[in-house]
Design a protein around this ligand. Structure first.
Ligand SMILES: NC(=O)c1ccc[n+]([C@@H]2O[C@H](COP(=O)([O-])OP(=O)(O)OC[C@H]3O[C@@H](n4cnc5c(N)ncnc54)[C@H](O)[C@@H]3O)[C@@H](O)[C@H]2O)c1
Ligand SMILES: CC(C)C1=CC=C(C(=O)O)[C@@H](O)[C@H]1O
Length: 252
């Protein structure tokens, strides 16, 4: 077991990529905190892990609110112990062309990705420094490098997360705290509309023709990369962005 007795926080783990990460970490022996605003799905995800012999705790938390992050971190530390691993995975999209985007659409996306990730960094970093061990992974996106039509808020947020990741990697490396990012691509609730809406059928077909693997991924195919970056096997990797997208962005 590669994460035996490690305490891991995975934000946005009620569904999608985060849930697959939580499942895999639990199988590898970690005590996992599932942090999400989707209470029903989060409780179900935690119950499933516990029923299968793992250890999981669901904690309801809107990561865009510092008070909720601080309360969630305190609950996790008192229930599971000091936090060793943080995965800043929770995310949302609020698409609109830039000339039509409202302040609310802009702020919601910035609040979740940027403020949420920052609050969680601050909530875990003191314990990690004290223990001289930590692993932090951000879920970024290829939109950080390429941009994405209709997603200026999301592209800005995902780009900024890389700046945060690299800065944290530089500041924390001397404490044996490694900080990296993954740019994933998988079929989830987030991508469902674009993947299934008939009005995007032509764009989808064109994208698939350019895709080296000619298919999208399941979240479970993304999770092993998140395991690698928090395991002892990646002890000399920090400040990096790993694309786990079937090579789809390589060909652009
Ligand atoms: N699916 C993809 O192809 C893809 C591509 C690039 C990046 N990503 C990123 O990967 C991460 C996971 O995406 P996914 O596809 O699994 O999405 P998803 O929509 O299936 O899951 C996102 C989770 O985040 C939770 N969440 C949203 N706002 C929250 C908040 N304020 N506080 C706490 N939890 C909140 C949701 O409830 C949900 O459980 C996101 O950061 C996303 O931007 C996904
Ligand atoms: C195009 C669609 C399926 C899509 C791809 C990538 C995303 C990302 O998070 O990088 C999603 O926002 C979504 O728009």
């Amino acid at each position: 077991m590669r994460l035996k007795n490690r305490v891991a926080v995975v934000t946005g783990a009620s569904q999608g990529i985060g849930r697959s990460i939580a499942n895999l970490y639990a199988k590898e022996g970690a005590k996992v905190a599932i942090v999400d605003i989707n209470v029903a799905a989060g409780e179900e995800a935690a119950a499933q892990i516990n029923a299968e012999g793992g250890t999981a705790l669901f904690v309801s938390c809107d990561i865009a609110r510092r008070s909720e992050v601080d309360a969630a971190a305190a609950k996790i530390k008192s229930s599971l112990g000091p936090i060793d691993i943080l995965v800043n995975n929770a995310g949302i999209t609020r698409p609109a062309m830039l000339h039509k985007m409202t302040d609310s659409e802009w702020n919601q996306v910035i609040d979740v990705h940027l403020h949420g990730s920052f609050y969680w960094l601050q909530a875990v970093v003191h314990d990690m420094i004290e223990r001289q061990w930590g692993r932090i992974v951000f879920a970024s996106s290829s939109t950080a490098q390429n941009g994405s039509i209709g997603q200026i808020n999301y592209a800005a947020a995902k780009s900024a997360m890389l700046g945060m990741m690299r800065t944290a990697a530089r500041e924390l490396g001397k404490h044996n705290i490694l900080v990296n990012a993954i740019a994933p691509a998988a079929a989830t609730e987030m991508t469902k509309a674009v993947m299934t809406d008939p009005k995007f059928a032509d764009a989808r077909e064109a994208a698939l023709k350019q895709h080296p693997l000619r298919r999208s991924a399941e979240p479970a195919e993304i999770a092993p990369a998140f395991l690698y970056l928090v395991s002892d096997e990646s002890s000399y990797i920090t400040g990096q962005v790993l694309s786990v997208d079937g090579g789809s962005m390589m060909v652009r």
